[in-house]
Design a protein around this ligand. Structure first.
Ligand SMILES: Cc1ncc(COP(=O)(O)O)c(C=O)c1O
Length: 436
């Protein structure tokens, strides 16, 4: 396997992996393992790339970071520095945004079952908009807004009947999803009617959809934009509804392994804009603001996890298991989705592979495997393994399974490192436990 560099990754004079100008082995000395390392320059580059494409094509836009990919105070501060908006899906993510002083008007709240407490928190903080997901929420939100004598901007989440993953996109006629209102079965129209009828509480600013994840082609986005724009033409006439905003969600793919061939993020945006502008022009509608919500494509490739290698078990004629000091507790994706990753030895990323090994985690589960077939130079206990592209849905999905403390997070940029999430301690693990 050729060593594929992400962002500022390099091999320094000592032959070690370097990220953000910092030697990975030095990071391990300072912060220990397992360790999540984020290449800040790459996150900035991605954020600027999305924004620039909209600016160059003259479209009013919001690029909202889908923060479920990696939620922490520091990443919210970084996204704010880059002028992004923020998508949150829970009271916890909103609380983190509040702690990060994220501008409230640029926070969008998602979710298919927001609680009363979460809705009240969002209203009290004065967030930018609520993405309304179902009829129950319309009723509940209206009741709470009425009680608080408040009014809120809302987007209606629709399911356009397209589901996209990597190279596949599926037309789902029956809109079988727990999220949103069916676009073609009349649900979305009914939701819009109800919201427009409650204009004391709601300012309906537009529509939202999210068609899937790890998408490598633009077809699904174009189809979704087309279908929604068709409906907007209809509702302009029948409901006098003009959508100020069209939010097409996230899902832009990243490179986990050599098999993944994502497009440049700007490519997705260009094609979406082209379709929306064309449909608007052909139907004499004004071009709506276009919002997107990338998560993985902003932070995925920027993240690397550093582990220490420990035990080795040989199963003659089958495979060699090489175990690291983390696993499904810091990266559930291989166990959950059969996700694939690539990795190198941080001390010698350019060395030729001499064997193929299986990288096992340390959790008490046979399924706790990080990589099944990794070509690697001969490794020893104590060597540092760097697993690439772990920046999205790694830390945010981490758990304390087996009472393993969650690893710390370090940002690296311009030769400097900064601890942004501390390593959990054993004391943290028992702090909510009570005695009999
Ligand atoms: C509504 C919504 N927006 C955005 C995203 C971000 O997707 P990704 O991280 O693939 O860009 C998700 C992911 O699940 C989502 O559900």
């Amino acid at each position: 396997m050729a060593f594929e560099r992400f962002g500022t990754m390099d091999v320094n004079k000592a032959g070690h992996l370097e990220i953000g100008g910092v030697d990975a082995l030095r990071l391990v000395e300072e912060y220990g393992t397992p360790l999540y390392v984020y290449d800040v320059a790459l996150i900035r580059e991605r954020a600027r790339g999305f924004k620039k494409t909209f600016e160059e094509l003259g479209v009013v836009a919001q690029v909202a970071y889908a923060s479920k990919a990696f939620s922490s105070v520091a990443i919210y501060e970084l996204m704010h520095e880059e002028g992004l908006s923020l998508d949150v899906v829970s009271g916890g993510e909103l609380y983190t945004a509040i702690k990060a002083n994220f501008p409230k008007e640029r926070i969008h709240f998602h979710g298919n079952n927001k609680t009363v407490e979460e809705i009240e928190m969002a209203i009290d903080y004065g967030i930018g908009c609520m993405v309304v997901d179902n009829y129950y929420e319309i009723e509940l939100l209206q009741k709470i807004l009425k009680k608080k004598k408040a009014k809120m901007s809302v987007l209606v989440r629709v399911t356009p009947g397209i589901e996209a993953h990597t190279h596949d996109y599926i037309l789902t006629g029956q809109d079988d999803s727990k999220f949103g209102f069916g676009l073609t079965n009349g649900q979305a129209e009914e939701a819009i009617r109800r919201i427009l009828a409650a204009s004391d509480e709601f300012d309906l600013i537009g529509l939202h959809c999210h068609i899937g994840s790890q998408i490598f082609e633009t077809t699904g986005f174009i189809m979704a934009a087309h279908r929604i724009m068709e409906k907007l033409v209809e509702w302009h006439k029948t409901l006098a509804f003009d959508s100020k905003v069209l939010n097409l969600g996230g899902g832009f793919g990243v490179r986990y392994t050599a098999e993944d061939k994502p497009l440049e993020p700007a490519e997705y945006v260009k094609e979406i804009i082209h379709e929306v502008k064309k449909m608007a022009k052909d139907n004499q509608l004004s071009v709506p603001e276009i919002w997107i919500e990338p998560g993985r494509s902003l932070v995925g490739e920027a993240g690397t996890t550093l582990y220490k290698i420990g035990s080795r078990k040989e199963v003659p004629g089958v495979r060699d298991y090489v175990a690291v000091d983390g696993g499904m507790s810091d990266n559930i994706r291989p166990a959950l989705y059969e996700a694939h990753y690539e990795a190198v030895l941080a001390s010698s990323p350019l060395d030729k592979a001499e064997e193929t090994v299986a990288i096992a985690g340390k959790c008490c589960e046979s399924g706790d495997m990080l990589i099944w077939d990794l070509p690697l130079p001969k490794s020893n206990a104590g060597d540092v393994l760097a697993v690439f592209c772990t920046g999205a849905y790694g830390y945010s999905m981490a758990s304390n399974y087996n009472r393993i403390p969650r690893p710390p997070v370090v940002f690296v940029e311009n030769g400097k490192s900064k601890l942004v999430v501390q390593r959990e301690t054993y004391e943290n693990l028992v702090q909510n436990d009570l005695h009999l």
